[in-house]
Design a binder for this molecule. Structure first.
Ligand code: GLC
Length: 578
């Protein structure tokens, strides 16, 4: 089993949104609501812009670039965690939920950021990491200190006199085990992620109340949404039975989506979400369509949007992916949510390698057309699109060769484990080079000055060497850049509700190179043609005669002879149909 990509498949399942006044209206997929129409821009704060020269991105840095964010045409910004944290997992290990990480700035910077975004009509989504905390959080310090401490039950402890607990696999631990022995109280604690990320015990009503109070604290500060990190793991079978043979095929079923998950979400809705004009975004949609619908269907008063990981998991080896599988996955999920519920559309984020390197072609010849093609895809599908910072420029994988270059705990501890287990380390490194999360975390490329204008100090993760060509300033000047194409595509989506709400229908699903589909809303119909290959590809389309105008094209022209259309390598076209 390939642990790294598998972990990310599991890590990345769902997002959900809730907006109080609109919630009840959003029962059917065709019902109109702002969060369906939004384009979300995700910022990894560590890597976006450093204002004070310490090599780490910060809130003031983001503040300096608000006009850039606005210029993209996006409606919402989701920031990865910015709370106080010892940074074992870059902020996904929180030591104080009401404080800002020192490297990122102060609460005053945060307030200024929210204000600046709101002034520009952009909403803000806060990452909430409450499946686990940091082991340096005061709750855990208390919890560990003695068996009768009032905080003991904030976490999952297994007294050693009961024997060794049944095995649980950890996403990040260097030994592979999610149970950590602590001699202080002669007990094991559970950590699905790193040993510095102990799992909170959601069965304890006090823990839940703490979380709701934290969410209210941020809602009072004006955040518009919450992304609930790894939330599908919050409710567990706390008897921790032995895992059945083959559990790895469905870790979500055995590790999360526990008996009380929906109860907790409904409680969160009553306690927090229903009281503010906020939406909630939860990572985790279970393992079936039924699970996902149970989380997001409007009548449940839980969450509104889901993201599935089947698509990002299509690329989990050096072999890349089959277009036929790609089409099948997106088409199947679309039809399951055609009537009720709502999905997110994304192909990259902070847990994945770069969009163009993973799903496109990052060679100098094809990087730009394939990045434009992938952005055209994401922005022309039904569902709320997510753009991960830098993908609007077509930023590429950095491709480290040595383990010493990595900063991500998943890569570092995964390597230690592979070594311990005697696995082929060259092969492990080759996979990391292509798939590691650090590929997607290198500094934003702003201009062609030192460190790509990200920082005046030494960046915490190196800047990609190609920053002299691939950067904001260069791409802003070029009307044919990946960035200009991205903006055009965002505009097209904003101006045409058919791209948000329209029915999706795949055409010639079996075509080996081209992904073609229509979007239809009432009288309006659009045709999307995407060549996923590095060569010319023909398609015979009865619809060709109905093309009224080409609205988007990443090449100069569309080659057409009667019903036959020839697409150039990675050509992407959106056309209006009569
Ligand atoms: C989520 C985050 C990931 C993090 C993990 C543990 O999956 O997306 O980055 O490492 O949770 O918090």
């Amino acid at each position: 089993m390939n642990r790294l990509p598998f972990a990310f498949l599991l890590l990345l399942i769902a997002l959900a949104c809730t907006n109080t006044p609109a919630k009840k209206d959003a029962a059917a997929s065709s019902d109109q609501i702002w969060w369906k129409e939004a384009v979300i821009y995700q910022i990894y704060p560590r890597s976006f812009k450093d204002s004070d020269g310490d090599g780490v991105g910060d809130l003031k840095g983001i503040l300096q670039e608000l006009d850039y964010i606005k210029s993209l045409g996006v409606d919402m910004v989701w920031l990865n965690p910015i709370y106080a944290s010892p940074n074992d997992d870059n902020g996904y290990d929180i030591s104080d939920y009401r404080d800002i990480m020192k490297e990122f700035g102060t609460m005053a910077d945060f307030d200024a950021l929210i204000k600046g975004l709101h002034e520009r009509g952009i909403k803000f989504v806060m990452d909430v990491v409450v499946n686990h905390s940091s082991d340096e959080h005061e709750w855990f310090k208390q919890s560990r200190s003695s068996r009768d401490n009032p905080y003991r039950n904030y976490y999952h402890w297994w007294p050693a006199e009961k024997g060794k607990p049944n095995y649980r696999w950890s996403f990040f631990d260097e030994t592979g085990s999610a149970w950590m022995y602590d001699s202080l109280t002669n007990a094991y604690y559970l950590h699905y992620f790193s040993r510095k990320q102990p799992d909170l015990n959601w069965e304890n009503p006090k823990v839940r109340q703490e979380v709701y109070d934290i969410m209210k604290f941020w809602a009072e500060k004006g955040v518009d949404g919450f992304r609930l990190d790894a939330f599908q793991f919050a409710s567990k079978d706390t008897s921790f039975p032995p895992l059945p043979e083959g559990y790895q095929k469905n870790v979500i079923k055995y590790y999360g989506m526990g008996p009380h998950l929906h109860e907790y979400l409904q409680e969160m809705y009553r306690e927090v979400l229903s009281k503010y004009d906020v939406f909630a975004v939860s990572e985790g949609a279970g393992s079936t369509f039924e699970d996902a619908h149970a989380l997001v269907d409007a009548d449940r008063n839980e969450l509104q949007m889901a993201y599935h990981f089947e698509s990002v998991d299509l690329v989990n080896s050096l072999d890349g992916y089959q277009l036929s599988r790609f089409k099948e996955v997106f088409t199947r999920w679309d039809s399951a949510f055609a009537k009720n519920g709502w999905l997110s559309v994304f192909l990259s984020n902070h847990d994945n390698a770069r969009l163009v390197s993973r799903f496109g072609n990052d060679s100098p010849q094809f990087r730009a057309p394939s990045a434009k093609m992938l952005n055209t895809f994401i922005l022309s599908m039904r569902g709320t699109p997510y753009c991960y910072y830098g993908d609007e420029l077509g930023m590429t994988n950095i491709g480290f060769d040595s383990i010493s270059q990595y900063r991500d705990i998943a890569a570092i501890n995964g390597y230690k484990l592979a070594k311990k287990e005697g696995r082929d380390l060259d092969q492990y490194l080759a996979k990391l080079k292509f798939l590691s999360r650090d590929n997607g975390r290198t500094p934003m490329q702003w201009n062609d000055t030192q460190n790509a204008g990200f920082s005046t100090g030494k960046p915490w993760l190196p800047v990609n060497d190609n920053y002299q060509q691939i950067n904001v300033i260069a791409e802003e000047k070029n009307p044919n850049s990946v960035l200009s194409h991205f903006k055009k595509m965002v505009r097209l989506r904003k101006d045409n509700p058919v791209l948000v709400y329209g029915d999706y229908r795949i055409i010639q699903a079996e075509h080996p190179d081209i992904y073609a589909y229509t979007r239809t809303l009432g009288e309006q119909k659009m045709l999307v043609l995407l060549n996923f290959s590095d060569h010319n590809a023909d398609i015979e389309l009865p619809e060709a005669g109905a093309i009224a105008e080409t609205l988007i094209d990443n090449y100069d022209a569309l080659e057409r002879a009667g019903n036959k259309i020839t697409l150039k390598p990675y050509q992407a076209v959106v056309a209006g149909l009569k």
